[in-house]
Design a protein around this ligand. Sequence first.
Ligand code: KG4
Ligand code: ZN
Length: 347
Amino acid sequence: MEDYEGESPKPCLILALETSCDETAASVVADGRKILSNVISSQIPVHQKFGGVVPEIASRKHIENVIPVVDQALREASVSLCDITAIGVTYGPGLVGALLVGVSVAKALSFAADIPLIGVNHLEGHIFANFLSNPELEPPFMALVVSGGHTSLVHVKGYNEFELLGQTRDDAAGEAFDKIARVMKLPYPGGPYIDRLAKTGNPEAIAFPRALVGRDNFEFSFSGLKSAVLNYLHSAAQRGEEVDNADVAASFQAAVVDVLVSKALQAAHKCKVKKIVLAGGVAANSGLKFRLKQQCQQANLALYYPETILCTDNAAMIACRAYYQHLIGQYADLHLNAIPSLKLGHE
Ligand code: KG4
Ligand code: ZN
């Protein structure tokens, strides 16, 4: 007779897929927080020559990449499909054609191998990247989600309970970074380039506007700021004046950071939480992290953010979110569809 005493319990293994925009990603995560593999095939070089993501091309590239990426994720984790407990997949928000690739493949794998399927909200995934980088982190907390498509303040009350306090009325923070970078002839995506340039510039050189900064207003607007920066650059060009790109980058970044930091702190105060969590691609911004750290220290709040590779799109964050949905039995069936404008906290 075999002796099972002392044998460790089988881990819960989630395989997740992420194809909402321009990264084809797959990951295996054990027990919600231990990354066994995190494969990201970026399409950035493909889209760079167009200055932004071309949705049709993104879908085609996902189709080419998705199976090799899933294979690699399983191989690097040293597991096979039959070891997987559940399959998580991003089903929104995002580009519909891109999302459909991940959703279709996840459904096919789920059906073929008879493994439960879990539909994951991309924004919730970004927030959950923090649980991978910060094992001690637990809700409740205030999440500031800043990415290429979103700028939102979310009160995370529990692992499955979210309240959206406010979001952007127009451009997302990352979108503003990318558009300004484009006019400054920096490569796509421009956020990291502006970040780098801003380090050598004077953030007080140009007084760019800060929108909707009234008390307890948790909405954002970056289109006015974007226009102000573009006007500044165009008028200087028309007058034949040379601009200091580092000063423009630093002053623009300071305007974005000011608004994000002050609203995140106000939101934490209003909801009486003692932790602020940064999420999304713009969470990689060094100016934002620096100011938020300073302000959180002064206000006696704890600050968490994911390591850089988990800030931008990846499937490990989707696997982490899927794990907590698995724990409450929140599964999808084979009718799961892509929802490009999926709202937070909605099934
Ligand atoms: O989360 P993400 O990978 O994709 C979306 O879900 O949108 O975010 C991508 C965005 C891009 O707009 C990119 O420019 C921005 O994140 N980003 C940054 C930095 N790194 C990435 N923005 C500012 N500073 C950075 N260091
Ligand atoms: Zn994202």
